[in-house]
Design a protein around this ligand. Sequence first.
Ligand code: ATP
Ligand code: MG
Length: 413
Amino acid sequence: MSAKKLQSIRGIHDGLPVEVARWQRVEQAARKVFGGYAFAEVRMPILEPTELFVRSVGEDTDIVSKEMYAFTDQGGDNICLRPEGTAGAVRAWLQGGLTRAGAQRWYYIGPMFRRERPQKGRLRQFQQIGVEMFSAPGPVEDAEVLAMAHAFLCELGIPDLTMEINSLGCDACRPAYRERLVTYLQARAACLCETCVERIARNPMRVLDCKVASCQQELADAPEMVCHLCDECDTHFTTVQKGLDALQIPYRVNPRIVRGLDYYNRTAFEIVTDKLGAQGTVLAGGRYDGLVQELGGPATPAIGFAAGIERLAMLLEDTDAAVPDVAVVALGEAVHGYALAQADLLRKAGLSVVHCGGGSAKRQFKMADRECVRFVAVIGEDEMQAATVMLKNMASGEQQSVATAAVAALIAA
Ligand code: ATP
Ligand code: MG
């Protein structure tokens, strides 16, 4: 191997134990809350046909046009590392023959890949917790899914989050709105950034969430979709809000939420924080009634959201690192088997145990110290003869000889 230091790819990093402990807290909160809404976990592949995302997310989106890790494999198939979970979930649902299985409530946890510019809160491999609800026609489902997102973040105890909601209309009302918007944007094209100008023709609604301050100034009086909804979309949006009111979930209507992906309609929402700078969106989603059909299935209303695990983990308060309950110090060759068996017994009683490996007493005590354990179980030949261990409480320094059968209960107390 060359002397050059090996490094991971930029924007892709390791989860070392301290960080993974935070990720697990996020995952546990999700499992607990989603379980209460009767959502079941699914596990989908990381590799998908590139075509799936071109057809669903849309060729004009950043994700598909610039950010996909796509390649041709040895057999000539066009494959990519999934950039998001919704399209794969729809594929799995169709392929699994579940279209007649009634409402399906799914969640998944796993890595996504986007070749974006790496920065704080923006990685090239990141993890999402995603939720999809198929055959979910109405505003009640929307309110419940939004409530579930809210409950999940409350469970994590993250303060100062804001839920922002919008309606993106539908095929009946969006085209006319789009035209109004294009007219408005064309009149101001000279003052908009290059990306916005490009988007006027291709994806004008994306202009609304441009982060450039001068663009935002130009957009101050831009027409808003919420003011041009058809009657059905308007009723749907009002009913979602009534649901949130009934549940006392705070929210704000933000007409600038458009979502970066093509497949959304009606309810779109984000939960944002001001603690992560420009990368403040921790959870985002919406309704996607047309996507299943787009991918070859029967017309099926659906709604979902995804949250970035790393972004959420950055907002968590530190908790004490988990430390083992007890370290086993084995003194002398003769107790080799007895000490292993004691460690085994303690683990079976539900404790976390490190075996210090035998050998010199000094080295073993040093190791026990470094592990910050609460107790050390010292085992020498006398202990073995008497079927006991010498249990030392590291906080008080107290030690006592304890019968093996009583050790676990004493430590757990
Ligand atoms: P952003 O506006 O930050 O680019 P997005 O609209 O591209 O987000 P979605 O595709 O909706 O994000 O993904 C949902 C969530 O996944 C985001 O709210 C964020 O928490 C997380 N996420 C998205 N892209 C990244 C990334 N590159 N690195 C880390 N987390 C990400
Ligand atoms: Mg993005």
